[in-house]
Design a binder for this molecule. Structure first.
Ligand code: GDP
Length: 526
């Protein structure tokens, strides 16, 4: 069978991630989604809190101790004739470049908002990345079973804070804390939910017409209908084109804990979220989904198994059909790469993935040659653009505390830099013994320290630096920044020079005093 007919004949895909602030209910929602669907495979981590599904990947002691999942991986399930890939975003209170990189592997995002807390800082940051990448966003207002804000107030805050027009697909029947069900605004019917013990099963759902709804929910139904009409009069109805253009966000009301609204979310993902499309390559061409096989590495992980230090690369299939065992080409080195062991990473039950299609996430083991941002392909050569490094906001120097371990330290730093765990910055002034680490979130530093200790047996000391923002500066202009207080220029592995500033006032002063100085902003986390 030709690649194009194999791709055309495959079950359609939907690939998405959940963006949220910690505690908004991402794990609970993930588990509820899995409950509603037939789970095919789990790659790596879905971190379970409480007594539901357990942790799949706890590859680091630190992770275990904190009960968090630092690693990103994917959950694949079948729903309504589709294969859905949920790419996990790390769920800790701090966040790192990994979180952002996951968003390069998805076609849509679900923005999960706590009904009582509204939009929170991490959600806003992740939303900015979606906006920057043109990823359409579906909003889920979660925890409607608990007292929370007024739904109109929540809609206003979305419109004001992220400049997306909310277009609710459902509207709650019952105020937050008294959740009976929702108006399905497009069908004009009442979807009534009922509780199951502990939310451990799919919540039964009844679909009632308007008359039956009034009889069943009385004044709550009438209020919900009034809300629906107000939204209609305000033009807040779903428009597929505007959603895909990133102008609007469809909104659903849910309780992940009670499994209310979860089926609607799956239906909406199938109906409205875009399928995998062509991927733009470095030359600006488009690799069509039915072209020869190609995939893009968005995450690399080492030390999963301390007995054999392996490197695992997660890649999104961009085009063609992946078949385990195929020999692909690593675009960045031109070397062949064997995918014989691709199955080993998938799932607690070691479900092997023999075949994967565009939108799917594959885990490649023995991937010591692969780096974040690399491309692998079969047939017609292709290379996708690398992922931009995000603007770091946290800086620290790192040095080995046991000078006898200097070699291991250097090797470790090199590897973590290559893996993209942290950006390593150097300068002649600072020398090689204490490079500067730059990160999006301070948790990245802890990961570095823990991994240097456990994997390289190199205990380190981290000392925070007082800088808070970075700009790119051309090499020929770097001298203009020399000797200023509150400013330092360092070099990154890719040869870019980063100017670090203590705060934005210092940056402004420098710009004012140096007309013609060109500083470039990096892909911003906000
Ligand atoms: P995460 O940090 O975003 O992964 O959040 P969790 O899924 O771990 O949820 C955080 C807390 O909120 C847990 O105690 C959950 O039981 C609770 N929670 C999640 N969803 C809901 C919900 O819909 N309703 C209520 N009442 N609690 C919820």
């Amino acid at each position: 069978m030709s690649t194009s007919s194999a791709v055309a004949g495959a079950t359609p895909r939907r690939t998405f991630a959940v963006i949220s602030h910690p505690d908004a209910g991402k794990s609970t929602l993930t588990e509820a989604l899995a409950l509603h669907a037939h789970v095919i495979s789990e790659a790596g981590a879905v971190h379970g809190k409480g007594n539901r599904r357990g942790t799949v990947s706890d590859w680091m002691e630190m992770e275990k101790a904190r009960g968090i999942s630092i690693t990103s991986a994917a959950l694949q399930f079948e729903y309504d004739g589709h294969v859905v890939n949920l790419v996990d975003t790390p769920g800790h209170s701090d966040f790192s470049e990994d979180t952002y990189r996951v968003l390069t592997a998805v076609d849509a995002a679900v923005m999960l908002v706590d009904a009582a807390k509204g939009l929170e800082p991490q959600t806003l940051k992740l939303f900015q990345v979606c906006a920057h990448r043109g990823i359409p966003v579906i909003t889920v207002i979660n925890k409607w079973d608990r007292p929370g804000r007024d739904p109109f107030e929540l809609m206003d805050s979305i419109e004001q804070e992220i400049k997306l027009r909310p277009t609710p697909l459902t509207w709650p029947v019952g105020v937050a804390g008294d959740f009976h069900g929702v108006v399905d605004r497009r069908q004009g019917r009442f979807i009534r939910y009922s509780r199951t013990a502990g939310g451990a099963k799919r919540a039964p759902e009844e679909h009632l017409d308007a008359d039956a709804a009034l009889a069943a929910a009385g004044v709550d139904w009438a209020d919900a209908l009034e809300g629906h009409e107000l939204l209609e009069a305000d033009g807040a109805d779903h428009d597929q084109k505007r959603f895909l253009a990133g102008e609007t966000t469809p909104v659903l009301f849910a309780s992940a804990l009670l499994n209310f609204g979860v089926a609607q979310l799956l239906d909406v993902l199938i109906e409205l979220a875009p399928p995998p499309g062509p991927t733009v390559d470095v030359e600006g061409g488009r690799r069509a989904v039915d072209d020869d096989f190609s995939a893009f590495v968005f995450k690399v992980q080492s030390g999963m198994d301390s007995s054999h230090r392996d490197r695992l690369a997660y890649a999104r299939v961009c085009s063609g059909v992946f078949e385990r065992g195929m020999i692909v080409t690593h675009a960045d080195s031109g070397r062949p790469f064997s995918t014989k062991y691709a199955q080993a990473v998938f799932g607690r039950e070691r479900t092997s993935v023999e075949t994967a299609f565009p939108g799917d996430i594959i885990g490649l083991v023995n991937a010591s040659a692969l780096r974040v941002g690399d491309t692998v392909y079969d047939g017609t050569p292709v290379r996708f653009p690398r992922i931009e490094a995000f603007a770091p906001e946290h800086f620290a120097t790192v040095s080995v505390t046991d000078t006898g371990r200097w070699k291991q330290f250097r090797k470790g730093i090199e590897q973590l830099d290559e893996e993209g765990v942290v950006q390593v910055l150097r300068s002649e002034l600072r020398g090689d013994h204490s490079p500067v680490l730059a990160a999006v979130g301070p948790m990245q530093f802890e990961v570095v320290a823990a991994r240097l200790q456990t994997e390289f047996n190199a205990p380190v000391r981290l000392e925070p630096l007082g800088y808070s923002l970075a700009r790119l500066v051309d090499a020929d202009q770097r001298d203009r920044l020399g000797g200023m207080s509150g400013v330092e220029v360092l070099e990154r592995r890719d040869g870019e020079h980063l100017a670090l500033f203590v705060d934005k006032w210092r940056l402004q002063t420098v710009l004012r005093n140096n007309p013609g100085l060109e500083l470039r902003a990096m892909a911003a986390a906000h």
